[in-house]
Each structure stands twice: as C-alpha cells, then as structure tokens.
Design a protein around this ligand. Structure first.
Ligand SMILES: [Zn+2]
Length: 83
C-alpha cells in the first residue's frame, strides 16, 4: 500500500492558495495526488492538462498541485465550454 505524499507544508500552501481549508481542498488534494501518481514521472517540458467539470473548491487544489494555472492553457473548466 502506497502512502500519501501530502504533508503539512503542502497542505498549508494549498490552504493559502485557496484562502481557507474546506472539504473541497481535501478532495482536490487527494484527486491531484492520485492523478499525478497515475501519470507517473514526467519532465517539466511535458504539459499536464487538468480538465475539471466543476468550479468547486477542489479545483484550486488540483490547480496548485498540477501547476495548471488558468490563462496558461494548462487547465480548463469544461463547464465553461458546455452547450
Ligand atoms: Zn473552499
């Protein structure tokens, strides 16, 4: 069984990025951790694209952990593109 790579420092950074601690941050941290674990090692030259279908708090944790920032073309909320 693999252990979590999350520690107090990472959680504090995400908390500061988002503005408060909430259940959405906990969900986003774990979602990002699991996704990045599945992707595996990759260079900084390889783009990580996060597609989310919500605007809940978890998105901030996913953005922070995946280094996907809006405007950089590295993340998008698919609900913005719904018909
Ligand atoms: Zn929140």
């Amino acid at each position: 069984m693999q252990t979590s790579s999350l520690n107090d420092e990472v959680i504090q950074h995400v908390r500061n990025f988002h503005g408060h601690m909430c259940p959405g941050i906990a969900i986003g941290l774990r979602a990002a951790e699991l996704a990045l674990r599945e992707i595996g090692p990759h260079s900084e030259a390889q783009e990580v694209v996060a597609v989310v279908e919500t605007d809940m708090c978890a998105v901030d944790a996913i953005r922070h952990q995946s280094a996907a920032a809006p405007g950089a073309g590295a993340s998008q909320n698919s609900s913005e593109y719904s018909l």
